[in-house]
Every structure is written in structure tokens, then in C-alpha cells.
Design a protein around this ligand. Structure first.
Ligand SMILES: Cc1ncc(COP(=O)(O)O)c(C=O)c1O
Length: 356
């Protein structure tokens, strides 16, 4: 069954009978300020798309990665990983395994769960701390920072988990879709280089140590979710496997062209980080005023407000033309960051909603 995400405004607009253009859509964690679309030369539209060394180098520099490869959104690999991992496990054990296990955050982007469940894996859910015991050849998924909870594991916690995965010949997937607004030290990508070094020094460990996949999304921080592009950062061996298995033209030429410019544009990135942080802070102040005493967790791409009557407040906000994300647990509302105009409308709507 298709999972319901934020976005898809037309569905909500129809339900509440408010024309789409009148809504303030804060239902996703996509930045409200987008990277400006440059002029795209005609040949980019005409030619078959090619993943250039220029793009790969720009991504390596931006993510500070030794090896990375573009994807048609990180979602593309989320769906593909079970097949690739099953193949690798069969290779490791010289035969496919019957009982396969995946460890996932209890709350988080549900597409991971769906992918492993569809592949027949037994699912185990963790909360707050990463699993301390896992089955051989299993899969551990970490969403860092978590969407919608915003909490994040430290590099030390992730390293411990990676050690455990190494012992158990398991796959560690770290989904960093919302990590761009943090400092580079936040990301596990810089630690992949250590693992890769070990791979080359001690060939025996090749199959095991380097089983860490970091997923990055371009759409969120750059405000261009429609481009459908993301990256995987991993060992060289995994990058090659992924490259061989996702086919040649899954990302269109204009998306590749725009992304290369965006990843190289440091000035824009610094401005973007600053204004997202400012807007998030301003929005947090407003939300705190209206949801007095509620737990509010925030980063520079979204804010989650925990409420006893989250579903009711969601409905009241929709009636005011404000579309936020009611989380799957029905215990909180996730607000994407609003631009100035949207913030004014949100403030007015909150006054009305909270006076009921
Ligand atoms: C945590 C997380 N990971 C991955 C994705 C997929 O993003 P994309 O395919 O645009 O890179 C999303 C989308 O909302 C997400 O929230």
C-alpha cells in the first residue's frame, strides 16, 4: 500500500474545499527557499543524461566523501537495497538465507520499513537507543536526524553500531536526508574513509567492514524536491554495485546540470543555512507562544510539536488553509519551515485555532 507523506496538497485541498493556491503548505521538510534554476543549455535537454566526473567531484567536495554516486532521490536506493543486500548475503554465505532481520527506528520515514517488509525481512523496532544485539547478516537503519522526531545519534553511538554490524556481517544504512543544515562533523561520511582504508589494507575485511551506506537528499536543503536527485556515499565497492544496478538514465539531464551548480555554490549554501536557521528560530518562538507547555523539537528544516490533541489541531489548521503533517503516531504535528509571508499567515491562523 502506498504510504501517505506530506505534500500531495490537492488531496487535502479537495477534502477541505479550499482552492490549492490559497493554502500555506508546510507539510514537508523541504526548504521554502529554492536554489535558483540556472539557464539550461539546449543540449542538456537534447542529449541522453551522462553522470559527469564534474558532478561526482562536486558531490565529493560537498559531502566530503571519498566515494559517492547520484540517485534519483535517496528513495530510489531505499527501494533497491533489499535486493542488493540479499544478493550480497547470498554471496557471503554461498547460499541465500531464510531468516532475514531488519532493525528500524520505531518512528521515522516509513519507506525504509516498507522496503524491508516487502522483501520478507522480520522487522524489529528500536526507540531512543540503537540496537545492542542484532542477528547475523541483518540490516540496521538509522535516520539521522530523525524525521519527524529531530533527534540524532552521535558519531560515537554510530561507530559502536557500525562495530556491531561488522561483527555480525550486517548492513548499516544511515539516512542523512536532513543533515545539510548541520556542520560536516555531524555526518558519518567522513568516517567512511577510515573504513575504506581498512578495506584496502586488510582485504579479508572487504566484504564486512565497508557495509555502511549513507544516503543524502538534494531536494530538501536546496528546496528542489521535484528534481528527484540524491546521493549515496559508501565504499568504492558499494558505489560500483549501486551504479551497475540502477541503470544508466534514471536521473534526467537538467537535474544533473542544476545539481552540479548547486553543490558548487558555496555562497548560496551559506546564505541558505543562515536564513533557514533564522526562520526556524522565528517560527519556534511563534509556536511556543501558541502551544504553551508543549514539547517542541526543531531543526532548520522542520519543527515537531507534540500535542495531546494533535489530530484535532491538524484539522483546525486545515480549516484555516494551513497544511502541516500529522505524524503517523497521531501525537504530533510537523511544521516545515515557513517563509516570511507564510509565517504571517500561520500566526493569524494559530490565533484563530487556539482561541477555539
Ligand atoms: C528521512 C527521509 N529519507 C529519505 C527521503 C527521500 O527523499 P529523496 O528521495 O527526495 O532523497 C525522505 C523524504 O521525505 C525522508 O524524509
Amino acid at each position: 500500500m502506498a504510504i501517505l507523506h506530506g505534500g500531495q496538497l490537492s488531496r487535502v485541498a479537495k477534502q477541505y474545499q479550499i482552492p490549492e493556491k490559497e493554502w500555506v503548505d508546510l507539510s514537508t521538510g523541504i526548504a521554502p527557499f529554492s536554489y535558483p534554476i540556472p539557464n539550461i543549455p539546449a543540449h542538456i535537454w537534447q542529449d541522453l543524461p551522462t553522470i559527469s566526473q564534474g558532478l561526482v567531484n562536486a558531490a565529493k567536495a560537498y559531502y566530503q566523501a571519498q566515494y559517492c554516486w547520484p540517485l534519483a532521490g535517496s528513495q530510489q536506493l531505499i527501494e533497491k537495497l533489499p535486493e542488493l543486500w540479499n544478493y550480497k548475503v547470498a554471496e557471503l554465505n554461498k547460499t541465500p538465507l531464510k531468516d532475514m532481520h531488519a532493525y528500524l527506528p520505531k518512528v521515522g520515514y516509513k519507506e525504509h520499513q516498507q522496503a524491508w517488509s516487502k522483501a520478507g525481512y522480520q522487522l524489529h523496532f528500536y526507540q531512543q537507543s540503537l540496537p545492542s544485539e542484532i542477528q547475523k547478516n541483518s540490516v540496521v537503519v538509522v535516520i539521522n536526524p530523525n524525521n519527524p522526531l529531530t533527534d540524532a545519534f552521535t558519531i560515537d553511538q554510530l561507530k559502536k553500531c557500525q562495530e556491531l554490524c561488522t561483527q555480525q556481517q550486517a548492513l548499516l544504512i544511515i539516512d542523512e536526508a536532513f543533515a545539510d543544515v548541520f556542520e560536516p562533523e555531524f555526518s558519518f561520511i567522513s568516517h567512511l574513509a577510515d573504513l575504506n582504508d581498512i578495506t584496502y589494507q586488510e582485504h579479508r575485511l572487504d566484504q564486512i567492514r565497508a557495509n555502511v551506506i549513507v544516503l543524502r537528499s538534494v531536494g530538501k536543503f536546496f528546496g528542489l524536491a521535484g528534481l528527484r536527485i540524491g546521493f549515496v556515499c559508501s565504499s568504492q565497492a558499494w558505489c560500483e554495485t549501486i551504479q551497475e544496478n540502477i541503470g544508466p538514465w534514471s536521473i534526467n539531464g537538467p537535474a544533473l546540470f542544476i545539481t552540479e551548480q548547486a553543490l558548487k555554490d558555496k555562497t548560496w549554501q551559506v546564505t541558505q543555512k543562515m536564513r533557514l536557521q533564522q526562520q526556524s528560530k522565528a517560527m519556534r518562538t511563534i509556536l511556543k507562544t501558541h502551544f504553551v507547555g508543549a514539547r517542541i523539537e526543531a531543526n532548520a528544516l522542520f519543527i515537531t510539536v507534540f500535542l495531546n490533541q494533535a489530530a484535532d489541531v491538524y484539522h483546525q489548521l486545515c480549516k484555516q488553509g494551513i497544511y502541516v503533517r500529522l505524524t503517523d503516531e497521531n501525537d504530533s504535528l510537523r511544521f516545515g519551515i515557513a517563509n516570511e509571508t507564510q509565517l504571517k499567515k500561520l500566526k493569524l491562523a494559530l490565533i484563530k485555532v487556539m482561541s477555539y
